[in-house]
Design a protein around this ligand. Structure first.
Ligand code: MG
Ligand code: ZN
Length: 372
């Protein structure tokens, strides 16, 4: 299983390497991706990635990415960003204040890459291991002054035509405190097939590509990986196949390893390694899809580093001595990895807002239609 994956990757890289990352000859039509899958490891800085690497016997997925860059993560009001501001920067291309969801630093709504894709007739998706209304996914679909407005963020799902979402947070849709709306019922009226973890097994559902698809993995937050949560790799692959069928124009999907951040906030190394293994499996599934599909750009990055993690002296591969310097986020740059057509765009050191521009360029979208 492991061997066949490595062989597949090796063959794919040999045959596609020149096409994807050959001598810089400028972007031509055939280097443009039809689909983009953006994977965000929340809080996954270079030390987290290194810990994940030493923890594994086999190469980690990130080692197969031919293009690497770095992004600066600061927000408009703080050198140390939060996930709302950094998510908005990547989604919308605007520096904004910590807590802001899909609005610029003046509070004005900005169009996200997911909404741009939607407007261009592409299919779109969000797959996360937090609640689906949490800061990172919210930044791609909602427009609110505060990340804490979970019910308002949930209502913003009704303002888009997102084709697929998988994550926790059902209670913010169907048991709301701020109003009597039942957003699950409203979604169903809008041609969504909506399921939840309590009554359904995600692996047994064959989603109809004639309908949008929503799946709730928890009432609020899904379990940590070390407590048995394992849906992200499967859900991500399933989502890619679903979105591939949904529009012949292509798709945009954001996948988040949400709880890498939470393990680091809690300074829990064992939990962190569990989340990193889960995210690594997920990236491998996505790479496999991209190799088969051939028209998919895969970008993996983080929104910021969390915990000021260090791999201390005395560490061995069997026993890593992981130490944290804070319970919060840090301002260190985070790596960006790219694979597939358009990957070349992601070399260098740049602001997190540039991710939005690069995704727009890769899709061939007009950059001037940004204002919402
Ligand atoms: Mg997050
Ligand atoms: Zn955090």
């Amino acid at each position: 299983m492991k061997f066949s994956f490595l062989l597949l990757l090796l063959l794919a890289m040999l045959s596609l390497r020149s096409q994807y990352v050959g001598p810089a000859s400028g972007e031509s039509e055939n280097t443009r991706p039809k689909n983009i899958i953006l994977l965000i490891g929340d809080g996954m800085g270079l030390s987290q990635m290194s810990a994940g690497l030493y923890d594994q016997q086999n190469p980690i997925a990130l080692e197969y990415f031919p293009v690497v860059g770095f992004q600066k993560t600061f927000s408009s009001d703080n050198l140390v960003t939060d996930s709302a501001a950094s998510g908005t920067a990547m989604a919308c291309g605007k520096k904004t204040f910590n807590n802001a969801i899909g609005v610029d630093k003046n509070g004005k709504p900005c169009t996200s890459i997911l909404e741009e894709a939607e407007n261009h007739g592409l299919a779109t998706g969000l797959v996360v291991t937090s609640s689906i209304v949490h800061a990172t996914p919210a930044a791609f679909i909602a427009h609110q002054q505060s990340r804490n407005l979970y019910e308002q963020i949930a209502a913003d799902f009704l303002s888009t035509e997102i084709d697929l979402f998988i994550g926790g947070g059902k209670q913010f849709f169907d048991r709301r405190e701020s109003d009597d709306r039942d957003l699950v019922a409203e979604l169903r009226k809008k041609n969504y097939a909506v399921y939840d973890y309590f009554n359904n097994d995600l692996t047994k559902i064959q989603p109809s590509t004639n309908k949008n698809f929503g799946f709730f993995t928890a009432d609020n937050q899904p379990l940590p990986a070390i407590q048995g949560r394992d849906y992200l790799p499967y859900a991500s692959e399933m989502a890619a196949r679903f979105l591939e069928q949904r529009s012949n124009k292509g798709f945009f999907m954001m996948i988040e390893g949400s709880q890498i951040d939470w393990s680091c906030h809690a300074n829990q190394a064992i939990s962190l390694l569990g989340e990193l293994r889960d995210f690594d499996k997920t990236i491998k599934k996505v790479l496999k899809f991209a190799i088969r599909n051939k028209e998919t750009l895969v970008v993996v990055t983080a929104d910021h580093e969390t915990g000021g993690l260090a791999i201390n002296p005395g560490s061995s591969q069997k026993k890593l001595d992981l130490k944290f310097t804070t319970n919060g986020h840090t301002a260190t740059m985070v790596p960006v990895y790219a694979f597939g057509p358009g990957a070349e765009l992601f070399r260098g050191i740049y602001d997190n807002t540039t991710i939005h521009e690069k995704l727009m360029t890769a899709f061939g979208f007009d950059q001037t239609s940004k204002e919402k």
